[in-house]
Design a protein around this ligand. Structure first.
Ligand SMILES: *Cc1c(COP(=O)(O)O)cnc(C)c1O
Length: 348
């Protein structure tokens, strides 16, 4: 049953945005060649190349776990390793898929509070061992924005990629909310990817209003060699590919990819502004994008749940609230009012 009261447990609770929905209807108007040989898939790939101002290789898969895992697997041999932050989705939320699809490449986890990797952390991990008994570091992966809603600035990414170049590492970006990062920074997608040394980007569509689908962009074409085979073998080659690709055409050409993400970010900001004066509800991380993380005492968490709100507490260690392309400002205000009520009640 549909819940008509919006919840902020996940941006995945939202449905399909009008642009993506219209594009699917248009792609549904007749027959078209299968397995990506259709005009929408061609157009979507070209739209990515235009948006990024780069002649990149583009692939479409069903979800983010597949995008990350297959991209990392294609960059690694089984004896390689991938440096990631301790909170990264590939480490905590992909059920070992990166290790599985790479036939055993190991994840080397850097401690991180806000989900960011630093050049120093990468250097420490990448240089701790160089003997044959340890899996050889090969890839660094960053999440933009991080799992805790923090955005890397272009200069931070540049500093990371400088270390990667120096140490012979490839730089991968998990951009499941990449649009939110671009909207937050008000920058061109190229400015936080290939121009600052990112080699491969997994660009998320689902959390930003698409029904299903993520794009994988290889900015250095040779790294994409045989990637189509890898997708097919992993069960990620959609036979009716046009329903994955057509929504991208509309999202990219209309600018909806940025506008919808901008709305989600603005809703996060709207909540933060309304609760900023409540001492019981400190922010755990800067709310750079579409997520707000609140440090809340357990009785307050229970009281908020008792008011009917749904949210997760296992990501980032606090109350996580995620805002979507369709979030209603009134609903944000209702949440803010309930947060204030539970905080005030706890003072008596
Ligand atoms: C949601 C998410 C993904 C993709 O998850 P799927 O459920 O496999 O689509 C990847 N990375 C991050 C950081 C995410 O939040």
């Amino acid at each position: 049953m549909l819940d008509n009261q919006q919840q902020f447990a996940s941006d995945n609770y939202a449905g399909i945005c009008p642009e993506a929905w219209a594009a699917m209807a248009e792609a549904n108007a007749g027959h078209a060649p299968a397995y990506g040989d259709d005009t929408w898939t061609q157009k979507a790939s070209d739209a990515f190349r235009t948006l990024f101002q780069r002649d990149c290789e583009v692939f479409f898969v069903f979800n983010g776990t597949a995008a990350n895992s297959l991209a990392l697997a294609s960059l690694c041999q089984s004896y390689h390793s991938v440096i990631c932050a301790s909170t990264s989705h590939i480490e905590t939320d992909e059920c070992g898929a990166p290790e599985f699809f790479s036939n055993g490449s190991k994840l080397l986890v850097a401690p991180s509070v806000d989900g960011k990797l630093t050049p120093e952390a990468i250097r420490t991990i990448a240089t701790q061992r160089s003997d044959i008994h340890f899996p050889k570091p090969r890839v660094v992966t960053v999440t933009q924005p991080t799992e805790t809603g923090v955005v890397y600035r272009p200069e931070e990414l540049q500093a990371i990629s400088d270390v990667c170049r120096e140490l012979g590492l490839v730089l991968h970006m998990d951009g499941s909310r990449f649009s939110n990062a671009c909207a937050a920074l008000d920058c061109e997608p190229a400015d936080i990817t290939w121009r600052v040394g990112v080699d491969v980007l997994c660009f998320g569509g689902t959390k930003n209003g698409m029904a299903v689908g993520e794009a994988i962009l290889f900015f250095n074409r040779p790294q994409a060699e045989d990637f189509d085979y890898r997708c097919k073998q992993a069960g990620q080659l959609a036979s009716k590919m046009r329903f994955l690709s057509a929504p991208w055409v509309r999202m990219l050409e209309t600018g909806a990819w940025r506008a919808r993400a901008g709305h989600a970010n603005a809703c996060a900001r709207r909540l933060v502004d309304q609760i900023a004066d409540i001492p019981e509800l400190p922010l755990m991380f800067p709310a750079d994008a579409n997520g707000v993380f609140l440090k809340m005492a357990p009785p307050l968490v229970d009281a908020l749940r008792a008011k009917g709100w749904k949210f997760y507490t296992f990501i980032g260690g606090g109350v996580r609230l995620m805002f979507a392309w369709d979030t209603l400002p009134e609903r944000v205000d209702a949440l803010a009012a309930d947060l204030r009520a539970v905080a005030e009640a706890s003072r008596d």
